[in-house]
Write a protein that binds this ligand. Sequence first.
Ligand code: WTA
Length: 701
Amino acid sequence: MAKTIAKQELTEVSEAQIAVHWKEEEYYQPAEKFKAQANMRDPRIFDQFGLDRFPDCFKAYADMLTWFEPYRTVLDTSDAPFWKWFAGGKINASYNCVDRHLDKYKSKAAFIFVPEPEKEPDVTITYQELYDRVNEVAVLLRGVGLKAGDRVTFHMPMVPELPITMLACARLGIIHSQVFGGFSGQACGSRIQDSGSRVLITMDSYWRNGSLVDHKVNADIAVKTAKDLGQDVDKVLVWQRYPGRYSAKTPMVSGRDFFVNDLLKDYKGKKVDPAALPSEAPLFLMYSSGTTGKPKGAQHGIAGYLAYVTATSQWILDIHPEDIYWCMADIGWITGHSYIVYGPLASAATSVLYEGVPTFPDAGRPWRIAERLGVNIFHTAPTAIRMLRKLGPQEPRKYKYHFKSMTTVGEPIEPEAWRWYYDEVGKREAVITDTWWMTETGGFLATTMPAIHPMKPGSCGPAAPGIHPVIYDETGAEVAKGSGKAGNICIRNPWPGIMQTIWGDRDRYVKTYFSKYNKNPKSKDWRDWPFLCGDGAVQAADGYYRILGRIDDVINVAGHRLGTKEIESACLTVPEIAEAAVVPVQDEVKGRVPEVYVALKPGVPPTQDVIDRVIKANEEVIGKIARPKHVYIVPDMPKTRSGKIMRRVLAAISNRRDVGDVTTLANPDVVEQIRVMVQGKDTTTTHEALPEDIAKFGQVE
Ligand code: WTA
């Protein structure tokens, strides 16, 4: 027994402290040609953004914007940790993204929309057209009674009408809350309720993997869900995928649903001045998952956010107005808000907007688009990279595009996938930035500065200018750089892109992001408020960070955050289910996928029908991205004597690993039964260590 305990302690030490993902990699240098043209190539920038120059260093970011009235204070900490950036100024995001470019760039494309069906022509929207359309929609929104400070929920697909409507809101100070189009009607409804929106803006249909999806049906479910939760929606504004023609089967509800294209007829050519809004007025909400079952609305303010995404678009993505930039993310996620809409437009970019699936109709599609449009900056996620590699490893060679720079975001990228991205997609010419950040942070936290730092596959790089990370262990002691030890990565200082609060829940904001390492809740000094990012990380001796994944029981599926509790409560909507536990499983393409274990109420027989309904419940409550890979009906959950479900044991079984010593559980026998059910009679475990996010899964309570 003594021997077992010693061994177990050892395993725990190594799991918690030693990063075992992949070995240290060699460096790759940026091409001279890239360096010669880069927006930011002066390494002294990191001195200029040293902690001793904080917060004034960020004036340089504010200077990239056009102000109606100058700000008075760079960083107001009087309501710490609710930071107010560039306080006292007056500004408008829509003006900065559109109006101010008209003099120089009015005939230049702001967006090139590429529909999924390959035979449909691209739609180019110049800055002048963008200006006209944003104005018309803004006047329309004012016409339906919306005003500064109101919230409006969008449930839109990847079409130009989405950024147009976002910018129309921004023009008037209306706070937009775009829910990812792939989320279910119910998920949209609960976000409508949380934000208190009385207007929902959607589209009748959109193309996805070769079919025209009826999307209007989700609006009806969303409105009903919101109503059941106590929030009335007065109006549903429906864009038409094909203007003038309704292409959904779901009927319109008279008096509630209106076609935007019909309403717009009254506003043709109308203009409205951009409102001069306070720097710290909210710009948008973006809901994201965390430890509890309730998604949180990250609230981003105008000036700080816009300054941060603009500067990082220019310095890190290296966007120049002459470039053709394509980010394949969906605008429904923070990446799309920051690096398809606000950052690139404020930088006068030409941004490609693609409606559909990257592999439709085949794995050559992205490269055909890149060749045809002359894309030279490309931005995507590891899941898409792995998928394109799997389906068409040689496809990029067939097309004559040339990227100068490429970005990856959303998940750790394994060195093997990184090298394919570099060799084949980037043709050994393009630099890669692996940008690590999150919904709450508005923009990049750690990444290489592409003309300054060499790249190292599997590591995102050092911190972005003015971002000062620190890794703490559980006790609050700093983990030394180069020690090879993992810990919780935090940012020592606020930065302009940081969220302002969780919409309607100040306490949750403080608790989630600060309380773990804050020692003085009354302090007005930013030094007392390190920001807990929610990831485990290791810092190598060269200063580069390797991100190990979430520490808060969030499963990162194909780069999308899904909360364990959200999935489990979706399962529990099936009346036969007594208990549900979800665990992350390693997946070759999506990084992680959820696998679900359920225990049935007494007397209920285990049937395929129950399994099917659990799957359907996840699709309905959350969306197709939450579809579990497997659902196992188990006789009982492995539990501690105090009744806590041991998700870690289930995660070990699902990931074909040794479950370790389970003799202290209340029901150790059930573990072997479950193991046989999942893995078959023979042991099929591997001894490779589990990645930290899975090894530590289920520890948060
Ligand atoms: C993960 C997406 C490794 C991380 C911008 C983070 C990454 C979560 C990277 C945020 C990266 C994001 N390397 N992991 N380059 N980028 N992540 O809020 O776990 O959708 O906490 O924001 O994605 O996801 P979110």
